[in-house]
Design a protein around this ligand. Structure first.
Ligand code: MG
Length: 227
């Protein structure tokens, strides 16, 4: 794996995570994880939803059983809990756009940079909003439907590099979750973290983030200068 720590000089592409970066959706995710695990007899704290954000649904369920269950998750557990979570997500309040991010994406596209959304999510509600809210074509989305391993493995960000047709040293990632940061850094990409949830900022720098902003508004302020 190629390690890069320098800000890309020849920037060609920017990869954005979705939940907690483009949409204020993490409170919905945390709440629906806690509820769907509770129904299955697993006491999963909301904090863990933030720490494990970025994993695919099945991976999160396997992890939760490892941490808080008395046995391993079965295929049936995975199916039932994820179906339950998906139902709860459909009833959850509509997630707002993260402040400043429409401007950030508009400016990025105006510079002719390739934009790819890289998310572990398989939630159709939000994925289907990306086109209208952020002008992201379906072809420029890598979701939980496309990956085998998912974050924190570098796989999804390596797929994004391939889609963008550029080198790791020519790309930037914007992430809010420690496992997303790990995934992007393992793919060798300069990674900007926005701390939009309940985690301490050092969790994101310890995960390998090259820069940490306190939120998307702060990022949006600096963004034109960074491009
Ligand atoms: Mg996220």
């Amino acid at each position: 794996m190629i390690e890069t720590t320098a800000f890309p000089k020849d920037l060609k592409a920017v990869f954005f995570d979705m939940d907690g970066v483009l949409y204020d959706s993490m409170t919905n995710h945390a709440h629906t994880w806690v509820e769907s695990f509770k129904a299955a007899g697993i006491d999963f704290p909301a904090y863990d939803a933030y720490m494990n954000e970025g994993r695919t649904g099945p991976s999160t369920i396997i992890k939760a059983f490892e941490l808080y269950g008395s046995r391993s998750a079965t295929e049936r557990d995975i199916q039932e809990i994820y179906d339950h979570k998906t139902r709860l997500m459909q009833e959850a309040p509509e997630a707002a756009l993260m402040p400043g991010m429409q401007d950030v994406l508009r400016q990025t596209m105006a510079k002719g940079l390739k934009v790819v959304v890289v998310t572990g999510s398989k939630q159709p509600m939000l994925l289907s909003r990306l086109k209208n809210d952020y002008h992201i074509a379906d072809d420029n989305i890598i979701s939980g439907f496309d990956v085998k391993k998912g974050k924190p493995d570098p796989e999804p960000y390596l797929m994004a590099l391939e889609k963008a047709g550029c080198l790791a040293s020519q790309a930037l990632v914007v992430e809010n979750a420690p496992l997303g940061v790990e995934s992007a850094r393992a793919a060798g990409i300069f990674t900007i973290a926005v701390n939009t949830g309940i985690l301490k900022p050092e969790v994101l720098s310890h995960a390998g983030a090259n820069l940490v902003f306190p939120g998307t508004e702060a990022l949006a302020e600096e963004w034109p200068g960074m491009l």
